[in-house]
Design a protein around this ligand. Structure first.
Ligand SMILES: Cc1cc2nc3c(=O)[nH]c(=O)nc-3n(C[C@H](O)[C@H](O)[C@H](O)COP(=O)(O)OP(=O)(O)OC[C@H]3O[C@@H](n4cnc5c(N)ncnc54)[C@H](O)[C@@H]3O)c2cc1C
Length: 695
């Protein structure tokens, strides 16, 4: 396989190989490109530098990687582009700004645009010669985008456009605009819209920049007064502009979200330099988890796009996750900076101030946070009755409900053999399913104990929680009857040690919130021998992942119960699910559980320690959140022993206390970030599906 690039077309290698070659190329040009890494507060200067960078990348073949040859690309797909964006951000190049539109507009243009016109125009976008803007919103059509009034009227072979667009980002620098106009009646709403390419320098176009509240003149109003475009300017079919617009939004929420995530990862690294307050450090750890969820989620969307799919409303989840992650991160930035960014003393702080203010708009542009909730509720939640389960989970559920008990069910499944070979993909899916099923059925099982014993070697288990008392005394919790595991491994400040069960003073009277097989005890560790760290780390990672899968099962069960309750119970003469406040709670829960599902799957593929730790953190946070939100939807009935909600909720709260509480894991991740200056990604590019295969 060959990799890029010297301007000539080379064969396209896998995204991982291309990323390595690109990293080397950037390193070779490090000094020469120093001026291209400088942040500029002045937007004109920023655009000038970014255009130069884009041209250099184009000439060397990198900006053409991942795009089809018909539009001047070198082949490959969206995953290759993702790899390039990550390397650029890692190497300290500034956010893509006007070139973010490449990922928003170009895929739709390449897919739906007139082939000859696109062959002529799109290479100019890739080379940085032209930037474009996106003309959707109007004074009377914001969230209600189907209310567009700008009209395109057919005149022979041409179209005449009249109307007024607003909030058209980056039009100040744009050569062309991808415009949505009405070609049908106003009453036909979204069925009467079409999409056109319009030259912003054509007669009849007036671009009037608007200063954003953060000082940047990025927005604009664009007026169209009898502007003529040819028939090839039509993108997609007449009156089918909605299809183009929806595809565009999927791309925006896949590759754009990834691109934005790489930028936020970079900012998180920089923030860590200043953090000293423990709360801020914990917040940094939470951001690590947010970015991990975004990373694996946007990668899944890009995988679907690479396979020529159209993720549709699913992508609204990505936008919601991105918005929340960005705003949380910049709130932390605001807390960490001594002046809360209300004053900026140098260029870097000036740019950060602008970015902090811009993060407030993340819940407005690209469809507001509320509109994402409406989309999620209407398209993904309404009509839902039960979370879909695959055959693995169905089989595991049957085992959990075995009339002879869950233990007998695990034996029938051959659980001990399955956990003995974690290298097998099928086995990992089966294990995830067992824990998910345990969560859904709120069944106490010895699944975790068996898993840990298998990983640690005969008759040894791991303490699932510890509390360091005075002197060398430790209170520990084990998830198995102490008589069956003579040796217990536990984490201490001097590393992993092991103690004998017979040396522990057990407290049989401890009341656990959720049923399990757990006991607590106190032991002196002053003489405890150390235990093989690699083996213990591995057991801890796998255990964390398994518990996160169990939390996911409980979260899904709570969600199903709340959705069904809201569909049945009436108040004020209407079912609860007719109230937007209730719909939004369910949408929020759905967004959160989608992130947890992605995290569990990604971790199940690698079982690496960082991914497991982050996923366990997310499980604790999301479990608590969905538990509280679904209880709110259920009302008083959900707060009873009679309703099963308490079983699931107590289980997720208990899971959060095992093998690392979410708050403690966030502090640990944040502390590591501060110490090393590196964001733990959880999964490297090479661990993401499809990243190691050639297109
Ligand atoms: C920085 C920035 C860049 C932008 N770039 C572009 C661009 O390049 N191209 C482009 O076309 N547009 C762009 N926009 C416009 C953006 O798409 C709109 O601002 C957005 O769709 C919301 O429309 P609006 O501002 O008119 O708010 P409105 O629709 O008036 O909404 C105001 C508030 O009411 C809420 N709301 C509205 N309807 C409902 C409902 N049914 N239920 C519950 N709540 C509701 C909204 O969530 C929001 O909180 C940009 C906006 C910003 C801030």
């Amino acid at each position: 396989m060959t990799s890029a690039a010297n301007g000539a077309d080379a064969g396209v290698a896998s995204p991982v190989e291309e990323a390595i070659a690109f990293r080397q190329w950037l390193a070779d040009h490090h000094d020469e490109f120093a001026h291209l890494r400088v942040l500029h507060a002045d937007a004109d200067e920023r655009v000038r530098v970014l255009k130069e960078l884009q041209a250099r990348l184009y000439d060397a073949g990198w900006a053409r990687l991942g795009w089809p040859s018909e539009i001047g690309g070198r082949g490959g797909n969206i995953l290759h582009r993702a790899a390039i964006y990550e390397e650029l951000a890692n190497a300290g190049y500034p956010p893509r700004f006007v070139f973010e539109h490449l990922e928003v507009l170009l895929p739709s243009l390449a897919r739906f645009g007139d082939p000859a016109l696109m062959t002529e125009l799109l290479p100019r976008m890739l080379s940085g010669e032209e930037t474009w803007s996106q003309g959707f919103s109007e004074p009377g059509a914001g969230s209600d985008f189907a209310a567009v009034r700008t009209r395109a009227t057919q005149d022979g072979d041409n179209w005449i456009i009249n109307g007024h667009k607003i909030w058209t980002s980056w039009s100040k620098w744009a050569k062309r605009c991808l415009l949505v106009a009405r070609t049908g009646s106003f009453e036909s709403r979204h069925r009467g819209l079409s999409v056109f390419v319009v030259d912003l320098e054509a007669p009849g176009v007036t671009v009037s920049p608007i200063n954003q509240s953060n000082g940047s003149p990025e927005l604009a109003e664009v007026f169209f007064d009898d502007v003529t475009v040819g028939s090839t300017a039509l993108v997609g079919e007449i009156n089918d502009g909605w299809t183009v617009a929806m595809y565009l939004l999927s791309c925006e929420r896949g590759s754009f979200a990834w691109q934005r995530n790489t930028f936020l990862t970079r900012r998180l690294t920089e923030l860590a330099e200043r953090a000293t307050d423990p709360t801020d450090i914990e917040r940094l750890g939470n951001s690590v988890a947010d970015l991990f969820a975004m990373r694996v989620r946007s990668w899944s969307t890009m995988l679907e796009l690479a396979a020529d799919g159209s993720p549709g409303p699913q992508s609204a989840v990505n936008k919601a996750l991105l918005t929340d992650a960005e705003q949380y991160l910049f709130h932390t930035a605001d807390r960490i900076h001594p002046g809360g960014f209300m004053w900026a003393q140098n260029l870097r702080e000036e740019v950060l101030q602008e970015e902090l203010l811009f993060s407030h708009a993340a819940s407005i542009y690209g469809g507001t946070r509320q509109i994402q909730n409406i989309t999620v509720y209407r398209q993904l939640v309404a009509g839902h009755t039960r979370t879909e389960t695959d055959e693995y989970v169905e089989t595991a559920m049957a085992a959990m409900l075995d009339p002879a008990g869950a233990e007998a069910g695990l034996d029938t499944l051959g659980f001990d053999e399955v956990v003995g070979d974690l290298g097998d993909t099928d086995n990992r899916r089966a294990i995830a399913a067992v824990f998910e099923a345990a969560g859904r059925t709120a069944q106490p099982t010895t699944g975790l104990a068996r898993l840990l014993e298998s990983l640690l070697g005969g008759d040894t288990t791991l303490a699932v929680a510890t509390e360091h008392l005075a002197d060398a005394e430790v209170r520990l919790v084990v998830d198995v009857n102490q008589t069956t595991a003579p040796r217990i491994v536990l984490a201490t400040p001097r590393g992993w040690v092991s103690v004998l069960s017979s040396d522990v003073t057990w407290n049989e009277a401890t009341q656990f919130l959720a049923p399990g097989n757990m006991v607590t005890g106190v032991v002196d560790i002053s003489e405890a021998p150390s235990f093989d760290a690699a083996v213990a780390d591995r057991a801890e990672a796998v255990g964390r992942w398994a518990l996160a899968c169990e939390a996911l099962g409980a979260v899904d069960a709570m969600f199903d119960a709340a959705v069904n309750h809201a569909a049945e119970r009436e108040q004020f003469g209407a079912t609860l699910n007719s109230f937007q406040a209730v719909q939004f709670m369910l949408a929020e829960s759905h967004i959160a559980r989608t992130a947890l599902r992605e995290a569990c799957s990604a971790t199940g593929r690698t079982l690496n320690g960082d991914a497991a730790m982050i996923t366990k953190l997310l499980a604790g946070r999301i479990g608590r959140r969905v538990g509280a939100e679904t209880l709110q939807v259920l009302g008083a009935i959900g707060f009873t022993q009679e309703h099963p909600h308490h079983g699931w909720f107590h289980r997720v709260l208990t899971i959060d206390a095992l093998l690392g509480r979410s708050a403690a894991l966030a502090r640990e991740l944040g502390t590591r970030l501060v110490r090393t200056g590196k964001v733990p990604l959880g999964v490297d590019l090479s661990e993401l599906p499809g990243a190691s295969s050639s297109a």
